[in-house]
Unconditional design. Structure first.
Length: 74
């Protein structure tokens, strides 16, 4: 589902994995929205996500998370 954010940006609800997660994605964890600020590649395809809050989350290649992604204008 796509929609417009208050600032006029187009946003999309997506499912992310260790392969598809990107900086700027907003992931819902335990009812909190966490924005990904950096990614670190780990062995066997896993990734460690760094959030704006300073917290880290390590996800395995089969982990699936709900996220919101701001789509850039072309």
């Amino acid at each position: 589902m796509n929609g417009w954010a208050p600032g006029g940006a187009l946003v999309s609800n997506i499912e992310v994995t260790a392969t598809t997660v990107q900086r700027g994605d907003v992931i819902q964890l335990g009812g909190r929205s966490c924005r990904v600020t950096d990614l670190f590649q780990l062995p066997q395809g896993a990734k460690q996500l760094l959030f704006e809050s300073g917290e880290l989350l390590t996800i395995h290649t089969r982990t699936r998370l709900a996220a919101v992604r701001v789509l850039r204008r072309r």
